[in-house]
Design a protein around this ligand. Structure first.
Ligand SMILES: [Fe+2]
Length: 287
């Protein structure tokens, strides 16, 4: 079956979070998510753990300057570059030290960079120990935007993310309030919520089962970190989850059982209500 998008397959590889004190934020992520901080030549810190990495740098606190998606091969990366040039997209240098030569980026309507590339072949992978042994693969990132229609057109029509689910108002013109996009069979690698201002919403680590959620929550409890939302089960994606807040208020999600959606499945629609966000209990409404 022909692929519907030159982006297919791609996975979220890492994001960058900025802080006034990057070392302090990095210490939180290292301790809470079992990652090791490695200084980079550009002054940022690369946090690495098993199947997860995050870049933390100095900048406007609480912002997420870029999200970086990993493609399957240099050939696919080249084909995506050609496709985006054909779409008239302005290609920019890759902002991330994680990706090898050949990576590039585009700027979305909210001003955030989206990088595409392949990881440098010599990236370190530290041995697991303690919290680091818990499984949690960096899997998706979600942003909030006051320009949801423009963001949807950019991610869907220009970049080629495949829509899995839209959320709609239930009255009036049934305005879209959120869109979930996949770039491989996992239900979403990126999503965007309608909100009053541009901000990162959350990023998520996919575990292997419900018992991992328990073990992560126990690890959080041992460090005195309380759950901010959940446990629950999302409607779109059908995943089990809980969320905590990092010291800057950015949400971190631990997830399990994320739905697998084959390439050809058409998008579905959910009502804009709390139950869509959490089938089990209270929802976190962004608008
Ligand atoms: Fe999520």
């Amino acid at each position: 079956m022909p692929r519907r998008s030159p982006l297919w397959p791609a996975q979220l590889d890492h994001i960058r979070l900025d802080a006034a004190d990057p070392a302090e934020l990095a210490a939180f992520y290292a301790a809470t998510l079992g990652m090791t901080a490695l200084a980079q030549a550009d002054g940022s810190l690369l946090l690495v753990g098993p199947a997860r990495r995050v870049v933390i740098g100095g900048g406007v606190p609480g912002t997420q300057p870029y999200s970086a998606f990993r493609l399957a091969s240099p050939e696919q990366l080249g084909a995506l570059r050609t496709h985006l040039e054909g779409q008239g997209a302005a290609l920019l240098p890759s902002p991330t030290p994680v990706f090898a030569e050949g990576a590039f980026a585009v700027r979305d309507p909210d001003g955030r960079l989206v990088a595409f590339g392949l990881p440098c072949p010599d990236l370190p992978e530290p041995p697991p120990c303690g919290t680091a042994a818990l499984p949690g693969r960096l899997q998706h990132t979600v942003v909030a935007s006051p320009r949801l229609p423009e963001m949807m057109r950019f991610y869907e029509d220009v970049l080629g993310f495949v829509p899995s689910d839209y959320v709609h108002e239930t009255t009036g013109n049934r305005e879209t309030t959120a869109a979930f996009y996949r770039s491989d069979p996992e239900h979403h690698s990126f999503a965007v919520f309608r909100a009053p201002q541009t901000r990162p919403d959350h990023h998520a680590y996919e575990t292997t089962c419900w018992n991992d959620i328990r073990d992560w929550a126990d690890a959080m409890a041992a460090r005195g970190t309380t759950l901010w939302w959940g446990p629950g089960r999302h409607g779109p994606g059908n995943n089990l989850f809980f969320m905590i807040k990092d010291p800057q208020g950015c949400l971190i999600e631990l997830s399990a059982e994320l739905e697998v959606v084959p390439d050809a499945v058409e998008k579905r629609s959910w009502p804009h209500e709390e139950r869509t966000l959490n089938l089990w209990g209270p929802g976190f409404m962004r608008s």
